[in-house]
Write a protein that binds this ligand. Structure first.
Ligand code: PEP
Ligand code: MG
Length: 563
């Protein structure tokens, strides 16, 4: 145990849960060894070349051992990567570069791997798909040759807290929650996809924890509180025991969502991958409040066919037969570029042709999508609602609703993600049947703070009173038209914020299925009048920190539930 008093680092909590475990730092990425770096005169070239063969054997053995621990596809992939590490052509080429060009081994390996990658690319097909694996092997070889830790998530004997400067979303998507108990990053923002994925996968997380990398010794014990957004380095034994006792409690949700005095608040799921819809239904979601359809379009050269879309949409509709599914039309552009939609280069893509705005240049894509949605809806039993992303004006809303009506999709709504739409919600909802507030983008556009950028993460929080005022304005406009307003941004998954949103007039909350039980527990312990009082406190606060702290202090149930 540490002899120092505990040090508390405050960041932004992005995924709730308390975990006490040793911290393990993500190794720095491997960088390219300088071109032309050669062995010193008189160096033993033979010995240098032999180090390459030894490194190849070392990396192969490591990867094969990892494959033995893995299962199914992951095991097969690791064995295949191990075979690349042992490839005699790669080793021979690198050795040749040491013997003839006198390159240092790590540079020789780098160049040899590049040559193999070029050949694979030229062959194309399945070979071209292995380029990433070649780069992985190359980095592992360079790590061994330069005596650095292997790149990627470290292997450890016991579960740990992964600490990094930042983590790529793709990496968070593949973390094993049994091994990586929590993540902490020094950079990153709360609505970046890394944070969204951590929450979806139930891995507690804190981002923008500045100073965490400097505060850690190897294997330091840390206590991560993903709700409070704190990381305690060297916690007291009592704090550790309390965290472990809380982690042992498991909450479930079986609906319906309501406040302590019985006011209904629909608790819905956000679904991105149709394959996850059944799990969302099993987690008790009363319906789907946001079905992001981008999954079908990302990483593709051309838009999917209508038939492909029908199949994917049916999968979600059938998991929620008899229940509501709000499907969002394609939200392309900005952080989700799509080759078949990208127009001219934009200096500010987040302010450019994205979301519903792409329809002007590509009306066929929306037409096909609405055809697919109405075809799928006609053969399934779900109650299908459709909404458009990034609506900014009344005309856009009216045009979208009319397009839906032509496809017999009668419950057509809008996402409120832009301040102009929040302020114009009354006139917009004179046309649209409902509104769903996308707080991730609403925060970004209200605070003029890029949702992916760690440097402005302190601004990127839905607790900003300005954001809450726009939520209130949206609800007031909707009430005047008698329309329901939901929230489907990340804010809905925070139990304290959920109570505030209900108090502001929101009638449904859509979130990652893992958050349902916690949000339901807090709402179920709070009356509607209390929610309204909390909303008033948050609106009146001078800052986001103040709003959050005041509401948390007024909601002791959060502490009781460890949230
Ligand atoms: C949002 O902006 O809050 C939202 C739900 O949409 P996305 O995160 O997909 O942009
Ligand atoms: Mg959005």
């Amino acid at each position: 145990m540490s002899a120092h008093p505990p040090t508390v680092i405050t960041g932004i909590g992005v995924s709730p849960g308390r975990v006490a475990a040793p911290a393990v730092r993500m190794p720095d990425p491997i960088t390219e060894p300088p071109a032309g770096r050669r062995l010193p005169p008189g160096a033993d070239h033979e010995a240098a070349a032999q180090r390459i063969a030894a490194a190849s054997e070392h990396v192969r053995a490591d990867l094969d051992a990892a494959a033995e621990r893995a299962q199914g596809d992951a095991a097969d992939l690791l064995h295949t990567t191990a075979a690349i590490a042992a490839d005699p052509t790669l080793v021979a080429d690198a050795v040749e570069r040491v013997m003839t060009d006198h390159l240092v081994p790590e540079r020789a390996v780098w160049e040899a791997a590049d040559a193999v990658a070029e050949q694979f690319l030229a062959i194309g097909g399945l070979f071209a798909e292995r380029i990433r694996d070649i780069a992985d092997v190359r980095d592992r070889l360079v790590a061994v040759l330069t005596d650095r830790p292997a790149p990627g998530v470290p292997e450890g004997d016991e579960p740990f807290v992964l600490v990094a400067l930042d983590l790529a979303p793709a990496l968070v998507a593949t973390l094993d929650p049994e091994r990586v108990l929590a993540i902490v990053t020094a950079a990153g923002g709360p609505t970046a996809h890394t944070a969204i994925l951590a929450r979806a996968r139930g891995i507690p997380g804190v981002v923008a924890a500045r100073g965490i990398l400097e505060a850690l010794d190897d294997d330091a014990l840390v206590l991560v509180d993903g709700a409070a957004g704190t990381v305690t380095v060297g916690p007291d034994p009592e704090q550790v025991a309390a965290a472990r006792a809380l982690a042992a409690q498991v909450r479930t949700f079986s609906g319906p969502g309501q406040t302590a005095d019985g006011r209904r608040v629909e608790l819905l799921a956000n679904v991105g991958d149709p394959g996850a819809a059944q799990a969302a239904a099993d987690a008790g979601a009363e319906g789907v409040g946001l079905f992001r359809t981008e999954f079908a379009f990302l990483d593709r050269e051309e838009a999917p066919t209508i038939e492909e879309q029908v199949r994917a949409y049916r999968q979600v509709f059938s998991a929620f037969a008899g229940r509501k599914v709000v499907i969002r039309t394609l939200d392309a552009g900005a952080d989700k570029p799509m080759p078949f939609l990208s127009g001219d280069d934009e200096v500010n893509p987040a302010l450019g042709v994205r979301g519903l705005r792409t329809v002007v240049g590509h009306p066929d894509i929306l037409e096909d999508q609405l055809t697919a949605i109405s075809t799928a809806a006609a053969v399934e039993q779900a109650e299908v609602w459709v909404m458009a992303p990034m609506v900014s004006t009344v005309d856009e809303a009216a045009d979208f609703v009319a397009a839906c009506a032509r496809h017999r999709l009668t419950t057509a709504g809008v996402m409120i993600e832009v301040p102009s739409a929040a302020l114009m919600s009354g006139p917009i909802l004179a046309h649209a049947a409902f509104a769903s507030i996308g707080t991730n983008d609403l925060v970004q556009y209200t605070m003029a703070a890029d949702r992916l950028l760690g440097a402005v993460a302190h601004l990127s929080v839905a607790w900003q009173p300005a954001v809450l005022q726009l939520v209130a304005a949206t609800c007031a406009g909707a009430a005047a038209q008698g329309r329901p307003v939901g929230v489907c941004g990340e804010a809905a998954a925070s139990p304290a914020m959920a109570a505030v949103l209900v108090g502001l007039g929101v009638t449904s909350l859509s979130m990652t299925p893992r958050a349902l039980a916690d949000v339901a527990a807090v709402l179920g312990a709070t009356t509607y009048d209390e929610c309204r009082r909390l909303a008033g406190l948050a609106l009146a606060a001078p800052s986001a920190e103040d709003a959050r702290a005041t509401v948390r202090a007024a909601l002791p149930v959060l502490e009781e539930l460890g949230l």
